[in-house]
Write a protein that binds this ligand. Structure first.
Ligand code: SF4
Length: 326
């Protein structure tokens, strides 16, 4: 009996030992582990791709250390101003206007909107509201409808009606000629005020818009990020007679060559003065396709790319002068 029980135990043990373990626990865990690892690698690859695609979308922002001394910054600013004047001798405010009031209105409408769209909208506005008193008494719904294409039309309507009232009540219906008075008007900040001062009255003003902020930092003229501080630094670097023209030329360059996301470094006529050279493509053919505007051929010649016949036309998505939203 005892021996038969022992024999039975041995048979069971042998059978257990002989039974092939189809999925040994260790092996199962390993497979799972491999799968998890594989998934993780896949996930990392996706993440990497996402990072890569983000990198494509984002401009490469190289931190530029401004020259150590104010004198060195001033020298660079003046060299750039001289070169910019060669590139854009006819740079001007790209908003259409015939009077200071029209420029004031157009500048208010240009917030968060392209100059091209503002210029399409303003003829009807100027015809319907020729004076400050007309804006002061404007039927809100009618004005809103007229300026709707420029966006944020409710706020802009408030500013225009407020502007008309302020001009009538405090300035005899005329646009004032000083920075202090202009910034006191509804819808007017320093940027708008300097646009009007410089372009409607010929009184020097530095316009620190989105292009100016981006470019002067790329050039290392300032490390400031506050527009007022940037304006004051630039005012110390350049003679007042250059303030307005420099502002318009910088804005031209920002719209035509030194774009926010894809600066055309390989076709830029400021290359040897610019510490951010290389922020955009250095390939002359690719870069030249990013240069836009009526001055394109002239700009490419200045950049040393004289044989413009052999270069591609401006890239399709860059053919219309656009400005980034401010
Ligand atoms: S070299 Fe490049 S970063 Fe410098 S101004 Fe020209 S386009 Fe802009």
């Amino acid at each position: 009996m005892a021996s038969s029980a022992r024999a039975a135990k041995t048979t069971v043990a042998t059978a257990r030992a002989a039974k092939p373990a189809t999925k040994p626990p260790g092996q199962r865990t390993g497979v799972k582990h491999e799968a998890v690892k594989h998934e993780a690698v896949k996930h990392d690859a996706v993440k990497h791709e996402a990072v890569k695609s983000d990198a494509v979308k984002q401009p490469r922002i190289k931190k530029v250390k401004p020259p150590a001394t104010p004198l060195a910054r001033t020298r660079r600013a003046r060299q750039l101003a001289t070169r910019l004047a060669q590139g854009y001798p006819d740079a001007h405010c790209e908003l259409d206007f015939t009077t200071p009031l029209e420029l004031a209105v157009a500048t208010i409408l240009s917030a968060q909107c392209t100059d091209v769209r503002v210029n399409m909208t303003t003829p009807a506005v100027f015809a319907r509201f020729p004076s400050a008193a007309d804006y002061a008494a404007a039927p809100r719904a009618e004005l809103e409808e007229l300026i709707k294409p420029t966006g944020f039309y409710r706020n802009k309507t408030n500013s225009l009606i407020g502007l008309g009232r302020a001009l009538v009540e405090r300035f005899d219906g005329e646009v004032p000629r000083t920075l202090a008075e202009l910034v006191s008007l509804p819808g007017f900040g320093r940027k708008t005020s300097n646009v009007v001062l410089g372009n409607a009255f010929g009184i020097p003003g530095i316009t620190v818009d989105t292009h100016m902020q981006r470019l002067v930092r790329r050039w290392g003229l300032t490390a400031q990020t506050d527009p007022v501080k940037i304006e004051l630094e630039l005012a110390a670097q350049l003679p007042p007679a250059q303030w307005t023209s420099f502002s318009n030329q910088v804005i031209f360059h920002g719209r035509r060559v030194c774009h926010a996301k894809r600066p055309a470094c390989g076709a830029c006529f400021l290359a040897n003065l610019c510490p951010s050279l290389g922020a955009g493509t250095m390939d002359p053919v690719a870069a030249s396709a990013l240069v836009v505007g009526p001055e394109r051929e002239h700009l490419l010649v200045l950049a040393g790319l004289g044989d413009v016949q052999g270069l591609p036309a401006a890239a399709p998505e860059q053919t219309e002068l656009r400005e980034p939203v401010e």
